[in-house]
Design a protein around this ligand. Structure first.
Ligand code: ADP
Ligand code: MG
Length: 279
């Protein structure tokens, strides 16, 4: 049985599914550029939250590329393609990933992309996701890179966005562009930064400060730091074995760093829930 059907956690922030504006427990994982570790981070964050006793759903919002299904070695019988083709509702393609004890809505590599969906269908999908989110404590969306229409639509369902970047100049520039363009679309207030593949904690801090300075100087924005994930050879190794790092190398640096960010993410959601109550 999936954790969503049990009563493991009692602190579920309730989703505002009625207004279909955003799910108060939905976190989007974004990046300006691809290949920065967004999918690795999304999977590990979902797993870490599950280990904290949360009911978690991971949604692969970056269809068409080698993502959640490939990193975990899943061969889903049903996936988002069935939803895109109108064969099944979103709820019907949820599968439980036993190893991590969290639920997944998988894409399928090399298949139709969400970007091919007409806006109306995409917003219907988003509304279905917001509906489903009420069964979970946290929903994580692994977004595609950049700020195209699909990313904007899906991240609008999220109450918070974690923007992943590395210290590579191209990745940082694209992260800055994401914040700038997102700011125009009203997204940036909710963005926190994750520095991935940091050579060390102090190096990661430096990278964050570089990005922060640019945001403060040119955009008058101060996106907070969600945390740093150190570069760790066990990331590649666990992906090669199609096993989550929290299963294969739970004591690795990268795993510990993501676990810290999971605690941060829960604090973000709790603060968001309190605000909603007081509003
Ligand atoms: N913290 C890390 N340490 C070492 N390698 C990493 C780390 N994070 C990601 N990687 C490497 O980056 C590659 C791309 O990761 P992936 O999650 O597929 O990125 P994205 O989803 O952003 O395209 C992975 O194959 C992995 O080898
Ligand atoms: Mg990816």
């Amino acid at each position: 049985m999936s954790k969503s059907e049990t009563s493991k956690s009692s602190e579920a922030p309730t989703a505002q599914s009625k207004g279909k504006t955003a799910g108060s427990n939905i976190i989007a994982v974004a990046s300006g550029k691809g290949g920065v570790g967004k999918t690795f981070f999304s999977i590990t964050l979902a797993h870490a939250l599950s280990k904290m006793g949360k009911r978690v759903l991971l949604f692969d919002g970056d269809l068409g590329l080698a993502n959640v299904d490939v990193q975990l070695g899943l061969m889903p019988k049903r996936d988002l393609n069935d939803v895109i083709r109108g064969r099944l509702s979103l709820e019907k393609v949820v599968q439980t990933y036993e190893d991590g004890d969290f639920d997944i809505i998988a894409g399928r590599s090399g298949q139709a992309s969400l970007s091919a969906l007409p806006s109306q269908r995409l917003s219907l999908l988003r509304d279905q996701l917001i509906d489903i989110s009420s069964k979970y404590d946290v929903v994580i969306i692994d977004l595609g890179a950049g700020v195209d229409r699909t990313v904007r639509m899906l991240s609008a369902a999220a109450t918070r966005t974690l923007l992943v970047t590395t210290d590579e100049p191209t990745s940082l520039t694209d992260a800055y562009a994401f914040i700038k363009l997102g700011s125009a679309a009203g997204m940036s207030r909710k963005v926190s930064i994750v520095i991935n593949q940091a050579a060390s904690a102090s190096d990661g801090e430096k990278t964050y400060k570089t990005l922060l300075k640019a945001c403060e100087n040119f955009l008058k924005l101060t996106p907070p730091l969600a945390g740093l994930v150190r570069h760790d050879p066990r990331v590649k190794e666990s992906i090669r074995h199609q096993t989550p790092i929290l299963t294969r190398s739970p004591n690795s640096e990268a795993a510990a760093d993501v676990e810290k960010i999971a605690v941060y993410a829960m604090k973000l959601l709790a603060a968001r829930a309190r605000k909603a109550v007081n509003a």
